[in-house]
Design a protein around this ligand. Structure first.
Ligand code: UD1
Ligand code: CA
Length: 467
């Protein structure tokens, strides 16, 4: 039978107490929902329906890269009502096996779900749910079983009696079912509960009454099924993901000196021998090759750093490719489109943007290199600025190989400098410089002998005598 995944993501998330819809909250570089969809796509390339409602205009665009189909639920009257909204889409697909998951559980262990799905397909039950054994079941629906142990129903915490609240076997909100067995039962749902909603969980009691009870698959790691309902649970879930990522990189030969302070997003790739100090953040698709060292409090986003490169303290590197063997920072900022070769040195307060730097280029202090190409072996003196913007357009600065740029030089782009040329300190380069030439623009220095002495004498004459 055809397989379909449904994600419920229409709720507001009242308990988050946030103007932002719950599934739009950040989750290690993406939103909660994107993280979940990415992970679901690793086990399923068939139809993926996402029920949207609250802030649907912001949620729906996130579905596009995952080829997921938005199903509008308006208004949002509960999880059962959310499945009702999928009715037309499901009848169009035809009889199918559905895996339904809540949109607020981004850590779901999808390999286990895949295994459960295969068990479900092989058995004849109309519905299987995932059961969690929780030391603290607060907030979850409790699973009710009869004397023979068969699943009889699910009672939400708010509707539960005191004895029911002590049940520690709870509902993960994850279900497998065959659409023909369940869609008809949705007509039986009522809103006679504390929240006045159509509970999907009530389907389980309907099945119990019909004599074809649901079955429960026990989760091997219940924590991974946690739903995020509050800001504190969001931080808890992020902490769990963060810890599992740092642990797996350590197991793969990466040295992380202070793992509780290090932030490695899921898209990061690290090679053995990488050394990360306290407070390092690696974001997006950042990749570090062997023996790269990143010192405290540096942040790298979407960078590819070549073997053996040292990134010193407090750098911010974005969209940068460099190495091997570069030395960057401290306090260096490289922006989108920075491509640096081998052995490049970029020191403190150097900013680069769309800059292509050949092997062994050095810019060690206080510079801005934007829309610039610098040939290999060139040296950029302190305080060098590419004046790349005329207020309307950006213009390129192109330096050849082994160019020596003296301190406090401005390149008024567009401008080109040939190989082996020298630029004298303090020069404003407005015209192209040929290879092997010296360019210098500096007003001649004037010496006025004894000037300071005369100035002092003048101010002595003017000052009242306090002595
Ligand atoms: C739900 C289950 C509960 C289970 C828990 C597991 C019900 C009634 N309760 O409770 O048994 O233990 O999940 O995490 O199903 N949603 C919609 N439309 C709506 C309402 C909700 O799409 O009208 C979505 C929400 O956006 C959310 C998911 O469904 O992603 C679950 O809703 P939520 O309110 O978080 O349910 P819980 O109270 O956690
Ligand atoms: Ca929830």
């Amino acid at each position: 039978m055809k397989r379909v995944i449904i994600v419920l993501a229409a709720g507001q998330g009242t308990r988050m107490k946030s103007p932002r819809a719950k599934v739009l909250h950040p989750f290690m570089g993406r939103t909660i929902l994107e993280h979940l969809l990415e992970s679901l796509r690793t086990i399923h390339d068939g139809p993926l329906l996402v029920v949207v409602g609250h802030q649907a205009n912001l949620v729906a665009p996130l579905l596009v890269p995952f080829k997921a189909v938005p199903i509008l639920q308006e208004p949002q009257q509960g999880t059962g009502h959310a499945l009702m909204a999928c009715g037309p889409a499901l009848s169009e697909i035809g009889p199918c096996e559905v895996l339904l998951v809540p949109g607020d559980a981004p850590l779901l262990p999808v390999p286990e779900l895949d295994a459960f799905w295969n068990i479900f397909s092989a058995q004849g039950h109309p519905l299987a749910l995932v059961a969690l054994e929780m030391a603290n079941p607060t907030g979850y629906g409790r699973i009710l079983r009869n004397a023979a142990g068969a699943v009889e129903g699910i009672v939400e915490e708010r509707d539960a009696t005191q004895p029911q609240r002590s049940i520690r076997e709870v509902n993960a909100g994850v279900y497998f079912f065959r659409s023909p067995d369940i869609l008809g039962l949705l007509d039986e749902l009522r809103t006679n509960n504390v929240q006045g909603e159509y509970y999907l969980t009530d389907v389980v009691a309907e099945l119990g009454r019909s004599g074809r009870p649901a079955v429960a698959f026990p989760a091997s790691a219940p924590d991974l099924y946690m739903g995020i309902n509050s800001q504190e649970e969001l931080a808890l879930a992020i902490g769990r993901l963060r810890q599992s990522l740092t642990r797996s990189w350590m197991a793969a030969g990466v040295t992380i000196l202070d793992p509780s302070t290090v932030w490695l997003e899921p898209g990061v790739r690290l090679e053995p021998g990488v050394l990360l100090h306290s407070g390092v953040h690696l974001c997006g698709e950042t990749r570090l090759e062997r023996n790269v060292e990143v010192r405290p409090y540096s942040v790298l986003r979407s960078c590819h750093i070549g073997e053996g490169t040292l990134v010193r303290e407090h750098c911010v590197l974005e969209g940068t490719r460099c190495g091997p063997g570069c030395i960057i920072g401290p306090f260096c900022r490289t922006r989108e489109g920075t491509v640096a070769g081998a052995g490049v040195h970029l020191g403190n307060f150097v900013e680069t943007k769309k800059a292509s730097l050949g092997d062994r280029v050095k810019a060690n202090h206080l510079s801005y290199l934007g829309d610039a190409t610098v040939g290999e072996g060139s040296n950029i003196g302190a305080g060098t600025i590419t004046c790349n913007y005329d207020g309307v357009n950006k213009h390129p600065t192109v330096l050849g190989e082994r160019v020596f740029v003296g301190s406090d030089t401005q390149f008024v782009a567009p401008v080109k400098v040939g190989d082996d040329a020298y630029i004298g300190a303090g020069t404003t380069v407005t015209k192209d410089v040929p290879a092997l030439a010296l360019a210098i623009s500096r007003s001649p220095q004037k010496i006025v002998e004894g000037w300071a002495e005369r100035k002092r004498a003048r101010s002595r004459d003017r000052k009242p005598d306090h002595a």
